[in-house]
Design a binder for this molecule. Structure first.
Ligand code: 6R9
Length: 650
């Protein structure tokens, strides 16, 4: 069963009995009432064609669909035969319905610079960027890699790709050269879009220098389009490198959005799995558009005058679905913030909320716990009265952090939506719609429209309430991943092959008598560090790639702020000494700083079974400082455990 959270943490969630009702005022204007939810949810399961057809009809299609769903397990096609364009729906449609002068983006740089774009302005920029990309030879069906800071050009580039039918592959700006290289090669991108540098905690991060390094080992890459963000010096390769302000700056403002097949790939986004290298999760056009449109509208109860802020970087799926596509498809005003939450100090988020009169805040538990540690007097200095709804995503939120968020940030006035979903699901799967249901701190809640979850054993037996089990989804939904890019076999095996006939999410969960799901954590070898997914295998293979390391085992350890942190056990190569500092730098180079081990145990032997398998469950106990529990008799040499317990981590 789930091992990723401390036992007390799970206990706290399972014994949490508080029920927090939305206020009468919130309910009065809410988009979806409890009765609406019950009726629509029923319809979404009983008559999915009607339900999804009605939702899709709120958007623009160049050609209508012949069939809503074609399901040949495990492959789904949604809105079969239809043609549409996500960027057209996000921009042109909004201008056509009179929202041209409404603010689409309010962007704030870490250095305090503010830029705003109306829908009409954003449409113009996206048209120019689409023309520029076509001028560089990008065609429908190509992949374009983005390696960018959270600047408006990142969203503009994504939308420009969507407009011409090229799939974007956004690589988080914190990933290393080697991670970038692998992702460019896996997607076979011919074009990379980057910036000279982005800002992180006041320091420029030289993205272009990393891009130059990656370009040495990416034979298919032809062009690098570079946004000037920081004004830092860059190396330049004539013929290959192109400035954004030249190519986009001189491009025409007229561009006709391509009428794309509903199943045209929209983006690839790499995420960690339990085995091997990261998987390129592939999402397509029509279904993803409908899923993010509906969930943004209902979960965030979007009203015309909301100022909506999702703090996720576009390098993660939350940034795709809820900083860019979902809110723009709904014509919302979206705040984007480039930098760190503690720059220049821990009041930065509250300052942004006060300044821009943010009404909806969507952020991660790890951020909430960091703020909580800084004390209540920091948020108390700011006017947070504009807020009316709060959201949480990325990892389980402990009830203590939930209550702090509710009281200190939300002033006991704002409902909290705890949203469970994944890169693979594309949009929110479980939550409590804010005006329809009470929340229970720590529990994600109920299924969204069209989502049919249950709990199962590994053998595929369904479990009743209060039995912890594996969270699965029993039928396809529009925004689900279509495949793993270039590896359909891996798609079949990882998602629809683990348990026959259902989608296996990789999470363990419980369900209470009201049908609320509480997620207790991953059941596979995936860690969740500050809301970011990392495969233990990925980190292990980075570690053994270092000349001083013979063998490595990586486990997660509960962490008060990050949720989980990385702990590595290392046996050195004969005749080598392990330098922990160097090893951490090595992992940063191989994957990125977020994968750097917090603690490293250097040992002469690992606890192994007689067949040579490392027993990670004992390593987790040691990392957490717990007593050894469980049967140690299968170990080849039980004394290894005693020696490990006496070892100091470095
Ligand atoms: C959206 C996103 C997915 C994994 C998922 C689960 C964890 C996400 C959660 C949550 C408990 C929530 N997770 N939201 N756990 N409560 N509200 O985070 O996607 O990066 O792919 O991570 O994150 O373990 O399986 P992704």
């Amino acid at each position: 069963m789930p091992h990723t959270n401390a036992k007390d943490h799970i206990d706290a969630m399972l014994h949490e009995t508080r029920v927090i009702e939305p206020s009468a005022a919130f309910k009065a204007t809410a988009k979806v009432s409890r009765a609406d939810y019950e009726r629509l949810y029923r319809q979404s399961l009983d008559d999915p064609d009607q339900f999804w057809g009605d939702v899709a009809a709120e958007l623009h299609w160049f050609k209508p669909w012949d069939t809503v769903l074609d399901w040949q397990e495990p492959h789904a096609k949604w809105f079969v035969g239809a043609q549409t364009n996500v960027a057209y729906n996000a921009l042109d449609r909004q201008v056509e319905r009179g929202l041209g002068d409404k603010k689409a983006f309010i962007w704030e740089g870490e250095d305090g610079e503010v830029r705003t774009y109306t829908y009409a302005e954003l449409l113009r920029e996206v048209c120019k960027a689409a023309n520029a990309l076509e001028g560089l030879g990008v065609q429908a069906g190509d992949r374009v890699t983005l390696y960018m800071p959270l600047i408006p050009e990142a969203a503009i580039a994504m939308l420009a790709c969507a407009r011409i039918g090229a799939a974007h592959s956004v690589v988080f700006g914190g990933f290393s050269v080697s991670a970038l290289t692998d992702r460019i090669n896996d997607a076979q991108s011919k074009i990379l879009i980057t910036a000279d540098a982005g800002y992180r905690r006041g320091q420029p991060v030289n993205l272009k220098a990393n891009a130059d390094e990656a370009a040495k080992n990416t034979p298919n890459l032809e062009k690098i389009l570079v946004v000037r963000r920081a004004g830092t010096p860059v190396e330049w390769q004539e013929g290959r490198d192109v400035w954004w302000h030249d190519a986009v700056g001189s491009a025409s403002e007229q561009h006709q959005a391509a009428a794309l097949d509903s199943e045209q790939p929209l983006f690839v986004l790499y995420t960690s799995g339990s085995t091997g290298k990261p998987k390129g999760v592939l999402h397509t056009t029509g279904g993803y558009m409908v899923g993010t449109y509906l969930t943004t509208k209902t979960v965030f109860d979007l009203q015309d005058d909301d100022i909506y802020w999702c703090t996720a970087d576009v390098g993660w799926v939350t940034g795709h679905s809820y900083s860019v596509y979902g809110p723009l498809l709904n014509g919302a005003t979206v705040v984007l913030y480039e930098g760190a939450p503690n720059q220049p100090d821990w009041g930065r988020f509250w300052d942004i909320i006060q300044k821009h009169r943010v009404t909806i805040l969507y952020t991660a538990p790890t951020a909430i716990r960091s703020f909580m540690r800084q004390g209540d007097d920091i948020p108390a200095k700011y006017d947070l009265s504009s807020l009316r709804l709060l959201g949480s995503v990325g990892e389980p939120i402990n009830p203590e952090a939930w209550m702090w968020y509710y009281r200190t940030i939300g002033g006991e006035r704002c409902p909290i939506v705890d949203t469970w979903w994944q890169t693979e699901t594309g949009s929110i799967m479980l939550t409590t719609l804010p005006g329809a249901f009470p929340s229970k701190p720590g529990s994600a809640g109920l299924p969204m429209f069209g989502v049919e979850p249950t709990l199962m054993t590994h053998e595929g037996d369904e479990l009743g309430p209060d039995d912890g089990g594996l969270l699965v989804i029993k039928r396809p939904w529009p925004s689900m991943l279509r495949t793993v890019y270039g590896d359909d076999e891996r798609y079949r095996k990882s998602y629809w092959g683990e348990i026959k006939g259902v989608y296996f999410a990789g999470d363990g969960a419980r369900r209470d008598a009201d049908g609320y799901y509480t997620i207790v954590g991953r059941v596979d070898d995936v860690l969740n560090v500050s809301g970011h997914r990392l495969g233990t295998m990925e980190i292990e293979s980075a570690l053994v790639g270092h000349s001083s390391v013979a063998e490595a085992a990586v486990v997660g350890k509960p962490d008060e702020v990050k949720g989980e942190c990385v702990v590595a056990f290392i046996t050195p190569q004969l005749g080598h000494t392990v330098d922990a500092k160097e090893l951490r730098a090595h992992v940063s180079r191989e994957i990125g700083a977020l994968a750097r081990p917090d603690a490293i145990y250097i040992t002469d032997a690992m606890p192994k079974t007689r067949s040579g398998k490392i027993m990670r469950r004992f390593l987790r106990q040691i990392a957490a400082g717990h007593d050894i529990q469980g049967d140690t008799s299968t170990l080849e040499d039980p004394s290894v455990l005693e020696r490990l317990k006496a070892t100091q981590a470095v």
